[in-house]
Write a protein that binds this ligand. Structure first.
Ligand SMILES: [Zn+2]
Length: 624
């Protein structure tokens, strides 16, 4: 997933293990966020046969789960579900003859949903569940035509990470469980279905699109979207799916994707997924991007017409190694996905655009990290590896696993040297390809391959300081960026009355420099200064969603919300990317009057947000 946003917005999240419902074994790994009995019966393949019904906002159909018994006498399979209407369960030995079998849905938990326990006849090799999703499925968003770019057809998309796949498929929803999958998806005429898999180019006579993912993936990478979608190729292995109204601009913005894939292969080893396509979603997509294999889902807010935000694509592409190929085994090991991916993204940015650009992004990353270290509700949230699980992975989402994780790898690189560290990293990916790994497994590999193999370089205490201690180690290695230092100097000179606004040189700034400009802006600026800023750079209503969002937040922080309110309201009603929307709500919620205003805005606009974004904003405005 791209770039954090929630700033540890959660309320009290400290739960003792004893209050977690049924921590169960997922293979050798305890996954507190899944009911699955995957140590006994483990999914190997999922086959979906679904109808997409926009009239009722439901997916309806069958999910077939093939499995291997890891315990010979296992007589039940436990799946994760959330808000699913389950109508039938059948079992089969050969996939041809099916017989009804009994099933029971357990108690509903607000975070985990309900376990679905299906009885297994002794000879069963697969089960099949008949079900329908509900309109409120947390992993799906059903958009009306008016919420799309084209305004003519409805749109559906999924976001399964972290534990939302269970809201649209009954399955063993743990990243420790990997399975191949196939699907048949029937859509209304004129609409195209796409998934994170090999895809058919056209529907069959019955209107069904077919899909096949031949590599075993964790459940959170199963993804679907349906809409008025067109495709444009950008290279031999790459292309863009988008609504026709967005396609041309998207294909231009992401024209260099093929080059980036080739560069990744040079740095990190072979790309093992066949194609790498992008799907541009409507603006309510709650994240920057989601690394669904073969088909990254991406927010349209990175289409800025100047290719300045393509590092987001680099991040999602890098997940093809860290995350998709080698996967965090539980959500407590999230830094193995995101810290590695941020590190790889810095390396890619540096190789593609030079060291100055790479350093600029590292400095911005550290600024995000320090903000979130300050906002974190507990020391557990500041560590790479928590001592005990969080209740809800969405609630503790922050930049800490991303940026602290990346800084840890930067530290190791600085100690062992780039050549040695690159060989080590590549060895990690190759030796753990298509496997899920815990932090402990990574640390054991690190110990064996580097720490012990090259004694006297890094101590165990130094490793512990990074992983299991709350504060950032004093010997962390930080980058510096001249481009950002210049922004700081320009801002200070203008605000201090020492230079005119034109002398800032801001017309040639990159988006990253603008972000930094706003990030370091004091809340004490006068209304006249803000007005001059807006007048000079036409910030209100800016077509660049990153710059516009940062400007509205600054206006709120400075007590000048009236200056931007109509444009800000339009923005909050159109954009649903949490990294952009949450900070504005949080800035409003900092005062009593602002909180009331935030609640009024949310009451008006919240229905258009993705369910995950709704939860995040509700936590903010309700004092989380
Ligand atoms: Zn990510």
């Amino acid at each position: 997933m791209s770039l954090p946003f929630l700033r540890a917005a959660g309320a009290a999240l400290i739960l003792s293990l004893s209050t977690m419902p049924n921590p169960v074994l997922a293979g050798d790994v305890v996954d507190s966020h899944s009911y699955a009995n995957s140590a006994e019966v483990r999914t190997t393949h999922i086959a979906l046969d679904l109808d997409v019904d926009f009239a009722t906002s439901r997916l309806k159909g069958l999910a077939e789960i093939r499995f291997e018994k890891r315990k010979a006498d296992a007589d039940r399979m436990v799946l994760d579900t959330r808000a699913l209407d389950v109508r039938s369960a059948e079992a089969s030995a050969d996939g041809k003859t099916w017989t009804a079998t009994s099933f029971v849905l357990g108690d509903d938990d607000a975070v985990l949903g309900r376990p679905l326990t299906v009885r297994l006849p002794a000879d069963a090799t697969r089960i099949r569940v008949g079900y329908a999703t509900r309109p409120e499925a947390s992993g799906l968003q059903w958009l009306k035509a008016a919420q799309t770019a084209g305004k003519k057809q409805p749109f559906l998309f999924s976001q399964s990470q972290a534990i939302h796949a269970r809201s649209w498929i009954p399955l063993q929803d743990s990243p420790a469980v990997r399975a191949t999958y196939e699907a048949r998806v029937k859509t209304p005429k004129g609409l195209r279905a796409v998934m994170s898999a090999e895809m058919s180019d056209a529907p069959d006579a019955a209107g069904r699109w077919t899909f096949r993912m031949p590599q075993p993936i964790p459940s959170y990478l199963i993804a679907i979207a349906v809409g008025d979608l067109a495709f444009q190729s950008t290279g031999a292995r790459t292309g863009v799916y988008a609504e026709p109204a967005t396609l041309k601009a998207a294909a231009w913005e992401f024209a260099d994707t093929e080059t980036t894939v080739a560069l990744c292969e040079k740095l990190f080893g072979p790309y093992r997924w066949g194609r790498y396509d992008l799907l541009v979603l409507p603006p309510s997509f709650p994240y920057g991007g989601m690394e669904n294999p073969r088909l990254t889902f991406v927010t349209p807010t990175v289409i800025t017409g100047d290719r300045q935000l393509v590092s987001l694509i680099a991040h999602e592409l890098a997940h093809s190694w860290s995350g998709n190929l080698v996967t965090n085994a539980t959500w407590e090991d999230f830094w193995l996905n995101e810290g590695f991916t941020e590190y790889l993204t810095f390396r890619l940015t540096e190789a593609q655009f030079g060291q100055a650009r790479g350093d600029m992004e590292r400095v911005i990353g550290v600024a995000d990290l320090k903000t979130d270290m300050g906002l974190a509700k507990s020391d557990e949230d500041r560590k790479l590896k928590r001592a005990f699980p969080s209740k809800d992975p969405d609630e503790v989402f922050s930049s800490i696993p991303y940026q602290r994780g990346a800084l840890f790898l930067v530290y190791l690189e600085s100690k062992f040297g780039r050549d040695v560290f690159d060989t080590f990293l590549r060895g990690w990916f190759d030796s753990h390809a298509f496997q899920s790994a815990t932090s402990e497994q990574f640390l054991a590999y690190l110990d064996e391959q580097l720490i012990k193999a090259k004694p006297g370089v890094v101590t165990q205490a130094q490793i512990d300081a990074w992983v299991t201690q709350p504060q950032l180690p004093a010997d962390a290695v930080y980058a510096s960026s001249d481009a950002l230092t210049q922004v700081d100097a320009a801002r200070a000179a203008w605000l201090g009355g020492k230079a005119p606004i034109a002398a800032m040189g801001a017309t040639s700034w990159t988006v990253q420099q603008w972000e930094h400009f706003f990030e370091g802006f004091p809340k004490t600026a006068t209304a006249a200064q803000l007005k001059e800023l807006d007048r000079t750079f036409k910030l209100t209503g800016s077509g660049n969603a990153i710059i516009a969002g940062a400007w509205y937040k600054l206006a709120v922080d400075s007590g000048q919300v009236a200056m931007v309110l109509p444009a800000m309201t339009e923005y909050l009603g159109r954009v649903g990317r949490m990294k952009l929307v949450s900070p504005i709500y949080r800035a409003l919620a900092a005062t009593d009057a602002g909180r009331a205003q935030a609640k009024a805005l949310y009451a008006k606009l919240g229905a258009g947000y993705h369910p995950i974004a709704q939860q995040a904003v509700e936590r903010i405005i309700n004092g989380g």
